[in-house]
Design a protein around this ligand. Structure first.
Ligand code: PQ2
Ligand code: NAD
Length: 228
């Protein structure tokens, strides 16, 4: 059985990480790009974590503390996700069991099956596109090797123009949702931007302001548009 890969929105959510060793640090690096509030509890902290703090909107709260039991949950409210990431597998298990009782999403670094989420092998394009590979815990090693192999090839398939088109589509979607009521027309409009040579030329030239102008003009003439 394969688990479903979903794109978890952690924006402004509170994430508690217990343990701050080599493996926890890798997970925290991923989390630090998600706009979430991270609280780390650990009796030793890797140096890299203090450096991470500088480029963040949400400052990471680092508390140097040995966790003895699950009473720690009483010290924090509104936790969305907890990462049991210590080298003490018994403690990790207890944390996950308590998290489940409290309906908090959990992750167990020493026993992936007991938690709710896995981390995947990721290829990231400018924080705009993510390609994720997962074997759902069957073989992280193979995930890494396939990611290495795919990384070289995929750069020939997904390029800067795709990234720019996503940004343009993001803008266009906001506009069509406001001005075109019919879903089929919205879909047609969005496809028309990809097929419009003029717009694609402007995207290549990085003239995004002109692209936006053109989108609004085209939208004004579109069948069923509510733009005056
Ligand atoms: C993708 C990646 C992301 C990341 O690390 O952020 C990741 N593991 C990576 C590498 C890697 N991890 C391990 C090895 C050694 C070889 C081996 O054991 O195979 C290697 C290879 C290496 O190091 O070269 C050891 C290991 N991993 C887990 C356990 C515990 C267990 O099995 O329960 C143990 C045994 C520890 C022990 O023996 O004590 C568990 C998990 N590791 C996962 C993710 C999740 C499943 C993903 C999937 O199945 O696809 C899952 C379930 C949960 C999680 O922790 O997220 C990252 C590659 C990043 C990249 O692309 O470069
Ligand atoms: N999930 C994976 O992908 C994966 C990969 C490799 C290893 N592992 C396993 O994950 C575990 C962690 O590996 P690591 O390399 O990060 O180890 P590590 O020794 O670098 O880090 C362990 C961290 O846990 C903290 N810790 C331990 N007991 C604690 C307690 N009672 N209270 C607070 N903090 C506590 C330590 O201070 C340290 O920061 C190991 O058991 C390892 O076998 C998992």
């Amino acid at each position: 059985m394969l688990e479903v890969i979903v794109d978890l929105n952690l924006k402004d959510k509170k994430v508690l990480v217990i343990g701050a060793g080599v493996e926890a640090t890798k997970r925290i690096k991923v989390l630090s790009k998600q706009g979430c509030q991270i609280i780390i509890l650990s009796d030793s902290i890797s140096e890299a974590l203090y450096e991470l703090d500088h480029d963040l909107r949400h400052p990471i709260l680092i508390i140097k503390r040995k966790v003895e039991d699950i009473n720690l949950f009483n010290d924090f409210d509104n936790i969305f996700l907890v990462l049991a990431a210590t080298s003490d597998s018994e403690l990790n298990e207890k944390i996950v069991i308590e998290a489940k009782k409290r309906n908090i999403l959990s992750y167990n670094i020493t026993n992936s099956l007991s938690g709710d989420i896995y981390f995947t092998s990721m290829i990231n394009f400018d924080d705009v596109i993510q390609v994720s590979i997962s074997t759902s815990g069957k073989s992280p090693l193979m995930s890494k090797l396939i990611r290495d192999r795919l990384e070289d090839t995929i750069k020939n398939i997904i390029g800067q123009k795709d990234i720019d088109n996503i940004k343009v589509q993001e803008f266009a979607r906001q506009q069509v949702k406001r001005y075109i009521q019919d879903q089929e027309q919205r879909r047609k409009f969005l496809y028309s931007l990809i097929e419009d040579d003029n717009i694609q030329e402007l995207i290549l030239k990085k003239n995004i302001d002109k692209v936006k102008e053109r989108i609004i003009t085209t939208l004004g003439k579109w069948e069923g548009s509510k733009i005056e």
